[in-house]
Design a protein around this ligand. Sequence first.
Ligand SMILES: NC(=O)c1ccc[n+]([C@@H]2O[C@H](COP(=O)([O-])OP(=O)(O)OC[C@H]3O[C@@H](n4cnc5c(N)ncnc54)[C@H](OP(=O)(O)O)[C@@H]3O)[C@@H](O)[C@H]2O)c1
Length: 247
Amino acid sequence: MKSGLVSVEGKVAFVSGSNRGIGKAVTLALLERGAKKVYAGARNPTSLNSLKACYGDRLVAVELDVTRDESIAEAARLAGDCEILINNAGIFSVGNFLSGNLLESLNTNLEVNLWGLVKLTAAFLPNLRKQKSAAIACVSSIIGLASMPMGLTYCVSKAAVHSTIQGLRGELKDSNILVSGVYPGPIETDMTKDLQMDKDSPENVARYIIDGLESGLEDIFPDAMSSEMGKLYADSPKELEKQFSGF
Ligand SMILES: NC(=O)c1ccc[n+]([C@@H]2O[C@H](COP(=O)([O-])OP(=O)(O)OC[C@H]3O[C@@H](n4cnc5c(N)ncnc54)[C@H](OP(=O)(O)O)[C@@H]3O)[C@@H](O)[C@H]2O)c1
């Protein structure tokens, strides 16, 4: 079987970190674009009450903390019919070599952004492999492709996610599963509330992610800044490194 285009219409999806920001926008977009059911993963499922009131049984709130193995195992068990996994949950702990919290911050970012994503993917994979066609979208970042010194430890975690995406895609290349990497630039969410720069909307990101899956895109640059920087990266990774090194 070969992975390819994955239409959302009539499909069952799971979104981690679905209660706010990009994850909430993706959850809403999946429902609006005809997904049969969306399992909405959240550390606090009651934070999904208002979404649940709008979408009824098509939205299933699932307790998920990606740092807790039991929580991951139970989510994977509950969502055994999932066909599209959106690995979105993430944090941004600021840290670098000069910040005085290098190791602590690296550990915090890796625990959620890398280990959480890897463990969730591994838990869902056996059932995804049983589907006719399936997709795994993993949210890295444009700064997972070239590091920004002010957020070095976050960049390291997102670079590791990028490498995970590539390796997983290679492992699954002859399978039923499309593996897409998502590389956003600055997006207007709680994560970037202290960042003074132009930001795109989570709704645009959600639209690009779903369009990307539906057209079988492996690398999704879902906003204005990342689509420009993605082209630069394709032409010259070194030039992107130079541009980001000033931040
Ligand atoms: N915003 C940007 O500019 C930007 C750019 C590039 C990439 N990204 C990536 O996009 C993804 C979504 O970010 P966002 O901007 O939407 O951030 P956000 O608004 O801060 O939302 C983060 C989401 O992740 C969840 N989360 C955090 N730790 C978790 C854990 N241990 N287990 C399960 N869920 C957890 C949060 O749940 P709680 O509500 O319980 O905390 C929340 O739902 C992240 O992977 C982020 O790194 C964001």
